[in-house]
Design a protein around this ligand. Structure first.
Ligand SMILES: O=P(O)(O)OC[C@H]1O[C@](O)(COP(=O)(O)O)[C@@H](O)[C@@H]1O
Ligand SMILES: [Mg+2]
Ligand SMILES: [Mg+2]
Length: 338
């Protein structure tokens, strides 16, 4: 399709490929993008309106909520609750799935989301984003329970994210490649910017929070040391390193030009298997990575094969260029975990 095609047109064309499509998915995406446009506007006006700073509460993860975390969460709930597309909504910012108010119809999808990813960057005007994952409701038309959400990433119907950066971009996939749309702020429409994005298989760029080095497991210690040794070390080439601290922004860079992002398990909090969340961070990004010819693992296992055990489950994440993700797996096989 032509660059500049609107998202609405693109979605309708995609829908036409499925004979039995009811249009429900297109309507869900359309309502979700209404919320996303509102979040984009709030992020852009953050320095003008009173939306910066702490909300004064903590979420289920024990993390302090920012005002924009709460606002973004509310905007998505409001865009969905009355529309009848979903049987349930689950978010980083809510302990339990959101109960659709009585009287509203329940649909055939489940929406899982991180309303604002990269919260620590909000107050300093660095890119943040929204991540979403769409699943089929095992029991359409009925209020979803936690168990209904516990589906492996391979079951996702669609996944995507928005990055609120220099411009606002929406990246999504329904399993037919990964497409990027840019918000035209004058028209208020997302327009096609890149179709069928592919992550280069090879890379010489990695992303990791190196302040955690002393807590890393032996495999990651060795992997990063070998990257740092560059041309003189076992890799035989020089590596560059980048860390934004918003997964959306770090992953977006990787989608556009290759690279590998690691948030491994570390021994800072030995009881925690990782920092990032399986259902609304690792799985949607893993789905997009695979659709773009890249890979995503927890170091050893394909991310999308992991059977979730709880809504807010954390996992180690290695994602990006396929050869590099495979190379990290070899380090785990050779050097093991702690
Ligand atoms: O603070 P660190 O260790 O750099 O971690 C950054 C990571 O944490 C996250 O911010 C977690 O996301 P939230 O802001 O949604 O909690 C990721 O986006 C990012 O990759
Ligand atoms: Mg996040
Ligand atoms: Mg968040």
């Amino acid at each position: 399709m032509d660059i500049g095609t609107t998202l609405t047109h693109f979605l309708l064309e995609e829908e036409r490929k499925y004979n039995d499509a009811s249009g429900e998915f297109t309507r869900l995406m359309s309502d979700l993008t209404t919320a996303i446009r509102a979040i984009s506007s709030a992020v852009n006006r953050a320095g003008i309106e009173d939306v910066l700073g702490q909300a004064g509460a903590t979420n289920v993860q024990g993390e302090e909520q920012k005002k924009l975390d709460v606002l973004a969460n509310t905007l998505i709930l409001q865009s969905m609750e009355a529309m009848g597309h979903v049987a349930g909504l689950a978010s980083e910012e809510m302990d339990e799935p959101y109960a659709i108010p009585a009287g509203y119809p329940k649909g055939k999808y489940l929406l899982v989301f991180d309303p604002l990813d990269g919260s620590s960057n909000i107050d300093v005007n660095i890119s943040v984003g929204t991540i979403f994952s769409i699943l089929k409701a095992p029991r359409p038309g009925v209020d979803a329970t936690v168990e209904d959400f516990l589906q492996a990433g391979a079951e996702q119907v669609a996944a995507g994210y928005t990055v609120y950066g220099g411009c606002t971009q929406l990246i999504y996939s329904t399993g037919n490649g990964v497409h990027a749309f840019t918000l035209d702020p004058h028209v208020g429409e997302f327009v096609l910017a890149n179709q069928d994005l592919k992550i280069p298989h090879e890379t010489a760029e990695y992303a990791i929070n190196a302040s955690n080095r002393r807590f890393w497991e032996p495999a990651i210690q060795q992997y990063v040391q070998d990257c740092e040794e560059g041309k003189d070390g076992p890799c035989g080439k020089n590596f560059n390193m980048r860390w934004v601290g918003s997964m959306v922004a770090d992953f977006h860079r990787i989608l556009m030009r290759g690279g590998v992002f690691l948030y491994p398990r570390d021994l800072k909090k030995p009881e925690q298997p990782g920092k990032l969340r399986l259902l609304y961070e690792a799985n949607p990004m893993g789905f997009l990575a695979e659709q773009a010819g890249g890979a995503c693992t927890d170091g050893m296992r394909r991310m999308l094969d992991i059977q979730p055990e709880s809504l807010h489950q954390r996992v180690p994440v290695v994602i990006g260029s396929k050869e590099e993700v495979d190379r990290v797996r070899e380090y785990y096989e050779k050097y093991g975990s702690a």
